[in-house]
Design a protein around this ligand. Sequence first.
Ligand SMILES: Nc1ncnc2c1ncn2[C@@H]1O[C@H](COP(=O)(O)OP(=O)(O)O)[C@@H](O)[C@H]1O
Ligand SMILES: [Mg+2]
Length: 246
Amino acid sequence: MKELKIHSMPELPFAAAEALNQLRINLGFCGDGIRTVMMTSSVPNEGKSFLTIQLWRQMALVGTPVLLIDCDFRNSEMRRKYGIRSANQEKLLSAAHYLAGKAEIQEVIYKTNIPNGYMIPVASTIANPTILLESPQFARMVEYCAQRFAYILIDTPPLCSVADGLNIARHCDGSVLVVRSGSTPRKLVEHSAQLLKRTETPLLGMVLNRADTGSRASAYYQRYYGSSDYGYGRGHSHNKSPNGGT
Ligand SMILES: Nc1ncnc2c1ncn2[C@@H]1O[C@H](COP(=O)(O)OP(=O)(O)O)[C@@H](O)[C@H]1O
Ligand SMILES: [Mg+2]
């Protein structure tokens, strides 16, 4: 298996790491059958990719073999943002290469410098990935990976911009809707929840990202660990209603 190096991924402050830990544990409570999880949101910049890679790292660190599939083919920033490069300087391959018949599935799955953390990155962006996402190869890819990893986390584009997320949801056991606190209008969140409902893939819960927690506990930790910018809502539930999992 080829290897990727993630060059710039700073440690999270204590409060943020702890909130992610809760998210990881709550995902486990969703049941043994929930292993392929789509991370989505209504609009860009709500924190989908940030939460996907951080949750992926947390899972890997506790010893869970986990695969991150970057399916934001149109606009992925992971490679640049986290300094993701092939360990031996080879050209990177992505899911799109496999879906387009240009690579074998084994060639697009990379191990990383994080033990138990595996990744199918986006090598370069694609203007119109719809055909790739709708191809039977997509289902085959997810099935293949589900047999080999304990969890698969799929990063996706925003639901309200393009239909990619809905195409991807059909192949997942559940989805997590990220909501940027104080920014995403309630109507949009409700609309996204409705869109997801149509896919019949359960909405496992919502993450209220960048929430101003302001509690005494978080103030305590912020004093000691210097966190200020990494607030998360703690909510994550089995409740499928848009108001149920904040
Ligand atoms: N909880 C958070 N704390 C600090 N920075 C965050 C947080 N969530 C997101 N960000 C930052 O906000 C920006 C947008 O997040 P990103 O994950 O790229 O959004 P999306 O994938 O939904 O478009 C990124 O620079 C990311 O690192
Ligand atoms: Mg993103």
